[in-house]
Design a protein around this ligand. Structure first.
Ligand code: MRU
Length: 347
């Protein structure tokens, strides 16, 4: 089942807040509800929120009562701003919205209905391409996993974080489908527990052997020599290879380098933001302190206690062994080779 899709003139998605306890679907009938679903993390993961935003634009076009093309384009501009503001870090969101705006503006459409049809097509294409790209990345990256390895993974980068198949978990899945035998350690990923809830649920479905570990145990297993490889995702990669990903990624990177363990991010080229020279300018979302003090409503400290909750961190490129993309594994110098991959060259 896809994470998000167009269903009978509206957007349907898996409610990721309820997994692993329940596989529930939610139906969204207007662009405001789509923006809310991204903000409250009903849907999350960079490629998944990109595809969701694309369907949100198609929904805004469909719901609009505009009688003329310029009127519709004006309304779409507002929908684009609303969607882009829903979460700031993952560039896939702005990338998808800009792509939809470009297809609305690109041709000389005679009627609003032509624009509506073009936007639904473009959104569907983004969703279909995502699945195809993930399968390609999975195959490309699968060479990194050796028999009997233990692989450390952070957050959730599987089917749920994408339209289907996954990025870093797509690599794990591809290697597993090839018959390789290995083990996965899943960082639980405080405070929203994407590792313990979502990645473990996916491992259960795929049959991949795994253990959930506390985030604080990664260094312990690295120093004991158990972890042979780190694979995780990215929300935005700057032109020099610095990248933002789920909070906790930076400390995993530093520990991996200290212990001589290969460390890779797996991301489609739509996650690369060549407009940013380095990771210093990537906007980092700070979420509500209640997620730290009472994860999923279970209080671990009184609600009036102080807390901070950055959702992402930035890892400098020099910690990366490589970046797995649909166009190959990008190696240093990232300034040169990342640009080539983004331009569609096989690297
Ligand atoms: O806050 P989230 O759950 O949206 O964060 C997700 C991540 O950081 C993922 O690692 C990233 O989006 C890549 S998903 C293929």
């Amino acid at each position: 089942m896809r994470t998000v899709y167009w269903h009978q003139q509206h957007v349907r998605m898996i409610d990721q807040r309820r997994i692993p306890w329940e596989l529930a679907l939610v139906d969204l009938h207007d662009v405001e509800a789509v923006a809310d679903s991204i903000r409250d993390m009903t849907v999350r993961g960079a490629p998944a929120i990109g595809a969701t935003a694309a369907f949100g634009m198609a929904l805004a076009a469909q719901n609009s009562k505009a009688q003329t093309v310029p009127e519709l384009l004006g309304e779409l501009g507002k929908a684009a701003d609303l969607l882009k503001a829903s979460r700031p870090t993952a560039v896939n969101l702005a990338w998808a919205v800009d792509k939809l705006m470009a297809s609305a503006n690109g041709s000389d459409f005679a009627t609003p209905d032509e624009v509506r049809a073009a936007l639904l097509n473009a959104a569907q294409q983004i969703a279909d391409d995502d699945v195809d790209i993930n399968q390609r990345m999975g195959k490309v990256g699968s060479v990194l996993i050796n028999e009997q390895d233990t692989v450390l993974h952070h957050c959730n980068t599987g089917a749920l974080a994408t339209v289907d198949y996954g990025t870093a978990i797509g690599v794990i899945r591809s290697a597993f489908e090839q018959g390789k035998q290995f083990h996965v350690l899943l960082d639980e990923t405080r405070p929203r527990l994407q590792g313990a809830r979502l990645s473990a649920w996916e491992m259960e479905q795929l049959g991949v052997p795994y253990d959930i570990i506390p985030d604080t145990a990664a260094g312990f297993y690295m120093r004991r020599g158990e972890i042979k490889l780190v694979l995780l995702g990215a929300d935005r990669i700057a032109a020099n290879g610095d990248f933002a990903n789920k909070i906790g990624t930076y400390q995993v990177a530093v520990l991996a380098k200290e212990n001589g363990i290969p460390f890779y991010t797996v991301a489609p080229t739509s996650t690369v933001d060549l407009s940013l020279a380095t990771g210093d300018d990537i906007p980092i979302e700070e979420r509500d302190k209640s997620e730290v003090l009472a994860p999923f409503g279970n209080a671990i400290a009184p609600a009036h206690f102080n807390a901070r909750n950055p959702a992402f961190d930035v890892t400098p490129a020099h910690y990366l062994s490589g970046i797995v993309t649909e166009n190959g594994i990008v190696r240093p110098p990232f300034e040169v080779n990342l640009r080539r991959a983004v331009m569609g060259e096989q690297v």
